[in-house]
Design a protein around this ligand. Structure first.
Ligand code: FAD
Length: 395
């Protein structure tokens, strides 16, 4: 039979890897993509939905085009187990699928226990919205219900986590939504276990300039640690105080998706070590791990990065199966963040392999004090990127 590539997870990384392996493979291999969800809701631009700039439906994408692609079979099941000895994936219904090579892109698992008092049940009251879907809608409904003069508290996650600038773009979009609703006296406090964060100077300048007096970011070295939350009392406790809030957005610590951990592909960091020139697991040469679940060196855990890593992995699988020489790996990621509907900042990196890891070779970050027209152009760039990315991932 033809060699078979099985891809687990039809998010940004997995769908891209499956699609490109089928295109570049030109019938030389069979590709099976395993994803239980009917459709995929993007985390990227979900902050714009919170800000009232996009509908939820505009974030949702179907698998129809991928399912129709020659050489690619979509299996709508949850992968329960990977038997690496026998090179088989066991699905939730007991079906076993043999593979020659496996690409894993299961995304993240949330570590609810990293914030004392938080749990999956508490997330129904204090949403995380760090996986797009019902949680995103819940956060938006709760934001819309915050009264004027009300308090929003965000607990930001520790490193490393999905989308480094994501929490701070979210704060900006929540501030925008509150102001657009005429709630001039509502406030947002960010409790952060980190003492610095992605695009920090840009966000802080943006909050001071665009939402003066609305956003307060609390440096843990000054304000003490986060002690815990109580979802019934709607309180958040730090070393110094206990606050009652109208909305609490808890973004807990993260690690690689469950199946990567259960398959013994993670290390002590909770993520999967990979060979930076191919995305091949350092634990198992038949497995490649991409996206948020891998240890991507200097690359952020972003959709752009997952898409870029997926192409390297797809090519590595094809050259590997053909016994051909490997090609040098290059990666790219740009993350745009909206501060207001017309003010967008960005961070960009080009990456290659140096000293046994994925290293940034060139990069760009927006400057503070940039002209409004430039920031407005970044908004258009971000919108064009979203459409191009969706087309590249889902076909
Ligand atoms: P995912 O996209 O999460 O896909 C994982 C898939 O695997 C899911 O569909 C899941 O159903 C499936 N799966 C998991 N386990 C199994 C299993 N056992 N069997 C079968 N299927 C399984 N990135 C950007 O580039 N730009 C942005 O502007 C941006 N903004 C963001 C804003 C927010 C608020 C957030 C939270 C994230 C943002 N990101 C952004 C990050 C981006 O969403 C992630 O980095 C990206 O989704 C990672 O892709 P992935 O394939 O690793 O995981």
């Amino acid at each position: 039979r033809r060699p078979r590539l099985v891809v687990v997870g039809g998010g940004v990384g997995g769908a891209t890897a499956a699609r490109y392996a089928a295109i570049w493979g030109r019938g030389a291999l069979d590709v099976i993509l395993i994803e239980p969800s009917e459709s995929y809701a993007t985390c990227f631009f979900s902050n714009l939905y919170l800000g009232g700039l996009r509908s939820f439906d505009s974030l949702v994408h179907e698998y129809d085009a991928l399912a129709r692609r020659p050489g690619l079979e979509l299996v709508r099941r949850f992968a329960q187990k990977i038997d690496r000895e026998r090179r088989q994936v066991e699905l939730v219904d007991g079906t076993e699928l043999a593979y020659d090579r496996l690409v894993l892109s299961p995304g993240i698992e949330l570590d609810y226990g990293s914030v004392p008092g938080y749990s999956q049940a508490a997330a129904e009251i204090m949403p995380h919205a760090w996986k797009a879907g019902p949680q995103t809608k819940l956060l938006k409904a709760k934001l819309d219900a915050v009264p004027d003069g009300g308090l929003v508290v965000m607990i930001a996650p520790p490193n490393p986590y999905r989308c480094p600038p994501g929490p701070y773009e979210r704060v900006s979009m929540m501030a925008h939504a509150l102001r657009a609703a005429g709630k001039a006296k509502a406030r947002i406090i960010v409790l952060d276990p980190k003492d610095k964060f992605s695009k920090m100077a840009l966000f802080q300048e943006g909050w001071d300039r665009r939402y003066p007096g609305v956003v307060e970011w609390q440096d843990p070295t000054i304000h003490g640690g986060i002690k815990g939350v109580d979802a019934v009392a709607m309180t958040v406790a730090t070393d110094f105080e206990q606050r009652r809030a109208d909305l609490v957005n808890v973004i807990p610590a993260q690690r690689a998706g469950r199946i990567a951990q259960d398959s013994g592909l993670t290390d002590a960091t909770g993520y999967c070590p990979i060979d930076p020139s191919s995305m091949r697991s350092t634990v198992d040469p038949s497995v490649f791990v991409i996206g948020d679940a891998c240890i991507g060196g200097d690359m952020p855990k972003s959709g752009f990065a997952a898409n870029s890593q997926a192409k390297v992995a797809a090519l590595a699988v094809l050259t590997d199966l053909a016994g051909a020489a490997a090609l040098p790996a290059h990666y790219e990621s740009t993350c745009w963040s909206l501060i207001t509907p017309t003010d967008c900042v960005k961070v960009d990196g080009l990456y290659g392999v140096r000293d046994g890891r994925i290293k940034e070779l060139a990069g760009f970050v927006s400057d503070t004090g940039e002209p409004d027209a430039l920031r407005r152009r970044n908004v258009a760039e971000a919108e064009a990127w979203y459409d191009a990315m969706i087309a590249d991932v889902f076909g």
